[in-house]
Design a protein around this ligand. Structure first.
Ligand SMILES: [Zn+2]
Length: 511
């Protein structure tokens, strides 16, 4: 017997922390780090009798996330209790949303250009249909990954297994507001799973509902993966593995790739098949590069869901949804398409300029004040980003304004200064925060572009050098360069060289 072919099936669950000021159901500050257990109260410690209240902005940020990911928003929803035991879950249950999630039926379109060539249309590993066999190709440009639901829930505390015999629990994270994004099993390669997480991160950061810092655990991905195998014409499905808590794009890709090979080998050995009541819960051992079984669980575990009795089910008005929709704004992919079309910038430049919402807005502000958008883009891409990298700061902390760059770009575009002089102006600008126009006049850099003024210099030079003019008439054209030098000298180096050359040639031909 031999395996004819196989297909990878991946669905993701992404937990994403929201940036509300307070935790989900209490007034404790919602932020990362700090002294363990320094931001806790009876509610997030789950003390008896403590009453949860929905924090300001929690449902709204959830709705903004849902709308940014093309979901429908429920007009009526509620919170539920999911019961299970875990040391970092103090209450013995987690407040989540069970059967009426806030958001449902969304999608993310992944650009083929961000996938390996073999996985694009026409490539040997391209799969153009989703799990149900329906086409998931959008305009030959994107692969659509459907989102089943996004619900609101609270995070649990954090267990720290330090060296020695002790484990510690930090409850600062307990009660932090999360959304859980659940996809359909539409991803067919580890690259797609990683790209999905990356695209979700970019969009959710753009709409400012999360910091999206993977290293701080703001976003974590659980990947559900199995294989459809065709062997001697017969179709088989391997048992599902759920790889928990993948916290980098690399980890998602590597863990899924490893699991594909492991499942293939396992199938060849024991021919174990998919059973809806069973799945392997695994962890990813980054150091050894392998998945590790944590437990094999019945996926129909009874969490005894009940409606959270301390929080009233609530309506979500159309007005509320519309207000959330307004805050979504232009999403990164739409922005990229527009930048390419309106400004004629290259794919690479556009990718960089839209890599964060703040940078893209900064660029647009500068572009709107300048006559030469390309020059503005070049200054930002080459000089500004170099400074930001060097200082390791975001554009929002840069001390110069978009107006500085717009003015600098225009000064070159209008031939007030040369590109070489612009570098000096930029350096002075960095030091003094003065505007280019002020620096140019203070340093006396202004090029003379006034034709009459340059013409006077040219006439004077021609008058003062009859010998050279005579030589020119006798065919020694190389004296033009020397005469040009005299014109530049007379102007103190400020005459626009192009204009001066043109005028000199014109006068010489008339003499
Ligand atoms: Zn609290």
């Amino acid at each position: 017997m031999s395996i004819d072919k196989y297909k990878i099936v991946i669905g993701c669950e992404i937990h994403c922390q929201l940036t509300t000021k307070t935790k989900a159901f209490c007034a404790c500050e919602n932020r990362y780090g700090g002294m363990p257990d320094s931001r806790v109260c009876p509610v997030c410690l789950g003390l008896p009798g403590a009453m949860p209240r929905i924090s300001k902005g929690y449902v709204e940020k959830g709705a903004i996330a849902g709308l940014a990911l093309n979901c429908k928003i429920a007009n009526f929803t509620k919170f539920d209790r999911k019961h299970y035991f875990y040391p970092d879950l103090t209450k013995g249950y987690q407040i989540t949303q069970y059967d009426i999630p806030l958001c449902s039926d969304g999608f993310i379109d992944l650009p083929y250009t961000h996938l390996p060539e073999t996985q694009r249309p026409g490539g040997k590993d391209f799969i153009g249909t989703d799990f149900t066999g329906k086409s998931n190709d959008i305009d030959g440009k994107y692969k659509r990954i459907r989102i089943e639901r996004i619900h609101l829930e609270e995070d649990v505390g954090k267990s720290l297994h330090l060296e020695g015999a002790h484990s510690y629990i930090d409850y600062n994270r307990s009660g932090t507001p999360l959304i859980e994004i659940v996809t359909k099993p539409d991803m067919t390669s580890p690259d797609e799973a990683a790209l999905f997480m990356q695209t979700a991160q970019e969009i959710l950061r753009y709409v400012q509902v999360t910091n999206g810092n993977l290293e701080e655990g703001n976003m974590r991905c659980d990947a559900n993966i199995n294989l459809t195998i065709w062997e001697d014409g017969k179709e088989y499905h391997t048992p599902i593995s759920e790889i928990k808590n993948l916290n980098s794009f690399r980890a998602i890709k590597d863990a899924c790739s490893y699991e594909v090979q492991r499942q293939l080998e396992e199938f060849k050995t024991d021919r174990k098949e998919f059973n809806p009541g069973f799945k392997n819960t695994m962890g990813w051992d980054e150091v050894n590069g392998k998945t590790v079984v944590q437990r094999t669980k019945n996926s129909f575990i009874d969490y005894r869901f009940v409606v959270e009795p301390d929080i009233k089910p609530f309506s979500v008005s159309e007005e509320f949804i519309e207000n959330a929709r307004k805050q979504v704004g232009e999403l990164p992919e739409a922005k990229r398409t527009r930048f390419k079309k309106d400004f004629g910038l290259s794919d690479f430049d556009v990718e960089t300029l839209t890599s964060s919402r703040d940078l893209s807005l900064w660029f647009e502000e500068a572009a709107s004040q300048s006559k030469d958008v390309k020059k503005v883009a070049n200054w930002i891409l080459a000089e500004v980003l170099a400074i930001l990298n060097e200082k390791n700061i975001p554009i929002t902390e840069f001390h110069l304004t978009p107006k500085h760059i717009a003015q600098l770009a225009d000064s070159v575009a209008e031939d007030k200064i040369t590109s070489k002089q612009a570098k000096d102006v930029f350096a002075t600008m960095l030091e003094t925060s003065k505007y280019p126009e002020q620096i140019i006049s203070e340093l006396g850099l202004t090029q003379v572009t006034d034709n009459d003024a340059i013409l006077n210099f040219v006439k004077e030079v021609v008058q003062e050098n009859p010998k050279a003019v005579e030589d020119f008439k006798n065919g020694k054209t190389n004296v033009v360069g020397w005469l040009m030098g005299q014109v530049m000298k007379k102007s103190g180096g400020k005459a626009n060289p192009k204009t001066a050359t043109e005028l000199l040639k014109q006068i010489l031909s008339e003499v």
